[in-house]
Design a protein around this ligand. Sequence first.
Ligand code: TXA
Ligand code: MG
Length: 349
Amino acid sequence: MCGMTVVLGTDPASIVRAAACLRQGGLVAFPTETVYGLGVHAMDVTAVHRLFAAKGRPAHDPLIVHVSNLDQAAVLTTGMPPVASALANAFWPGPLTMVLPRHGAVPREVTAGLETVAVRVPAHPVARALLEAAGIPIAAPSANLFSRPSPTTAAHVLEDLRGRIDMVIDGGPTSVGVESTVLDLTSTPPRVLRPGGVSVERLRALLPHLEIFGASVASGEAARSPGLLSQHYSPRTPMALYSGTPDATRLAIVRRIHQATADGLTVGLLATREQIAALGPLSVPVVDLGSEQDADAVARRLYAAIRELDAANLDLILAQQVAHTQGLWQAVADRLTRAATERVAIPDP
Ligand code: TXA
Ligand code: MG
């Protein structure tokens, strides 16, 4: 393949070109409603190897296979539990990934040797058009270098992967902004392995016994979803995440800014609009995540905000954990926790 990355629009001719490239084993980044994915032909083992190499992704981290509909998902698994069709009816196309028993036709390279396969029907019109035109299942991780924040624009993709992939389709910023919810239907009860675009509350309507695979789970279980490395989605700049009661947390952040600045370090702050307002004027760069009234907007902006602060080449990023835990906030809080290299829990005064 070529050493140049072609940037395509979303016109029909571009979709046809990208689909042909995928069918021939090429690497094509494309928008989904969550984040940009880096697609390859899921049944082409050579292409899958190239994908892992381009991302610098360890081979033990399995990929999500994207398909057009439930029938195509069924072909990839040996067993679709009845609840899977109910979930598909409720949430597909959309930001839900289901982990199901792997069919022998799915290469082990895709599932990182696991006997399960992750499948999703994306909702983004460009992703859907590409799947239709290609007529193949597309394996696609987020289109970032391994352990970098996920890309929500084509520019983010190019920042990480220019020259390493064949094409990127520029469909503008993604609308959800955090990745799909990964739901394991092969365990009893079913478990959320990664909170994401479909909230746990919405899943519970269909899966009352749903469990959440949290940081509290014994570390030996981490291999269940190898992508759930505790540190992931990170900026290059060290990031300290502060959580706790708002007043005490603010005080601790202000102290840390003063201390770090006195030590000659450059510091930046990442927080919600309300948190920033409560902190008052600061003498360091501040990036606003959006309002606590609007989880959708914060999720949409999260990765771009992290990349923006990272690009300032500071010595340290301080972030304040979001106050809410419901709905999309759970995914936002999860990604902030994983992006952090240092977690500071401020005890109640
Ligand atoms: O929204 C998304 O899910 C995006 C877009 C492009 O679809 N994709 C994405 O892929 O975030 P990736 O590769 O960055 O994350 C996939 C996650 C990882 O945590 C991986 O470990 C998990 O899904 N996963 C994949 N296959 C699995 C399996 N068979 N069992 C358990 N976890 C699996
Ligand atoms: Mg990823």
